[in-house]
Structures are given as C-alpha cells and as structure tokens.
Write a protein that binds this ligand. Sequence first.
Ligand code: UVW
Length: 331
Amino acid sequence: MASLTDFRRVADGVRNWGRWGAADELGTLNFITPAKVSAAAGLVRHGKVFPLGIDFGSNGPQGAFQFRQNPVHVMTVDGGDARTLVEYGPKWLSNTVGQELSSFFDGAQNPFRFNDDMIIMPLQAATQWDALSHVYYEDKLYNGFPADSVTSLGAFHCGIDKVDSKGITSRGVLLDLVRHRKADTYLAPGAPITPEELDEVVAAQGVTVGSGDIVLIHTGWQARYLETGDRGESYSGLDWLCAPWLHEREVAAVAADNLMVEDPTSGVDGTFLPMHMLCLRDMGLMLGEYWDLTALAADCAADGAYEFQLVAPPLRVIGAVGSPINPIAIK
Ligand code: UVW
C-alpha cells in the first residue's frame, strides 16, 4: 500500500497546472486538436452507431450511496390535462396565454394535443462526465483555482460549462479488460487493473493509445448489474497508478462502465479515490462513469477494430460539477 508521500510524488509528476496557461479550464481536452477531430471522423467506415448511455430512470444503478438517487421522471402534462382544459380551460387558465392555450382544446374540431415532462436527478446519476471541479484536495482545484470558488451558486471555475468548446469529440479507443482476462461477464473485485495490464491489452488488441484519445475501459460492470440488479456490487477498476499511464500518453479523457472508473480499493493509505484526485485536480482529465460499453465491446471483438469516432457533449449546465450524457461511438 502506498503512502500519502508516494501519492504526492506521483501528483507532482502528472500535474498539468500552467501547461496551457494560468486561465486554462480545459485541461487534457487541450490535446484534442482540429487535426485529431478530423482524423477521428475518418474512422467512420460502416455507419454503425453505438449509444453508450444507460437508461435514465428509476431502474438505474444509483442507490449504493444514500446521497445519490436515480433519475425521477415526472409527467407534467398528459392526456388528462387535455380533457381538463377542454372542460374547464377558460376558468382554469386565467391569464392571456392560458386563455389562448385553452382555445386549442375547444372540442372535437381541433385535433392538437401535447404532453410535457420533467426529470429530477443528481447530475452524477447515470451516464455522466465528472467536471474538473468535481473532486479536489488541499483547497485547490485543477490549475490552482481556489476550491472555495465552488459555492452554492455553482462552480465559478472548472464547471462543466467551460468545456463545451471541445465538443467533446475525438478518437475513442476501447480497452476490453473483460475479454483480456477472459472474465465471466465482469471484473470481480480484488484485482485492480494495473498500467502493465493496460499495455498488455493495447498490444493484444493491436491498437495504439496516443495524444488526444478518449480511452474507454470495458469492465463488464453494467452487464453484470443488468443480470443481478445489485447496485452496490463491488468490482475491479483502474489502479491509481494508471493516472501516470494516461499522463504519459497524453490521453484527453477516460471513461468506464462502472461507478468510479478507478478501483474502489484506494491503494493509498489515508485517502479515498486517489485516481480521481490525480486526474481531475492535478492532470485536468475528465472521468466518465456508468457508460454502457457492452454492445460496443462485442462489436470491437467481432471486427477487431477498437478505435472509432466518439461524440460525448455534456449539457451546458452553468457552474455544474458534472453532466449527464448519452455518448455515441461511430464506426
Ligand atoms: C465521487 O468522486 C465522490 O464520485 P464519482 O465516482 O461519481 O466521481
């Protein structure tokens, strides 16, 4: 088990603060150049589209933490409202807009009807990006921004709204740990994925990982969840020392099909989620969680092509420390 001294030494080695200027809030997304985006588009050869978002609903995997709930979907207008408006509309909706609206429902002559809905959810539920302001330590965010610049008003620095200029789109590379380990559905807990193992997978798949790539780690957790329904099921994820591996290759972002990308066992005595701290706060590298990689992994295994165009734009929620997404891989 490493110590906090070891952790600080690694952090010093991967820290990107100032690399793209003192005002930078994009972090490793800076590695995604126009040439990279253009080359990634060239990976689309068959028109095969893989949506990587899981279901956003009450059947989702949240619940292991009491402070995070699954998305709640609420209908706010439905057919019953149309009947109410036909019968009571002019009295019910007393303002001008309401009066006009109610005239749309004035009986059988007008066929127009509509439904509306809303969703209530933690931005960290379901498929998501962690913004760079999501995790910090020693009172500093990425690039040295003060941690107290995140308040109840939102993240003044490093919010998810700061990265929309990058798309986010690039070359995606899937590393299939389930296939590599010949695992039964998923990576059971107790065997964190090491940097050496990532090298083995890269070599076995005959793929490269380089500057500006977005790396997707297939651990099988999502498939396992759909089998068992166990929201708290533990797993193996990336060892914290995979952060330097990503740093050396100038990877732009990393995502996985599990809760935290990294292994739930810390690997550093005296702290929790050391890879989150290194990636988000020191490197400025965003993490994607709960991505559904099952169908994409099966296709990659079938055709041997582990690279594709990846399109994963966050919502521009101003000052948010994360965003729900429905990323798309295109081959
Ligand atoms: C935390 O880091 C607290 O959560 P997540 O795994 O969603 O990034």
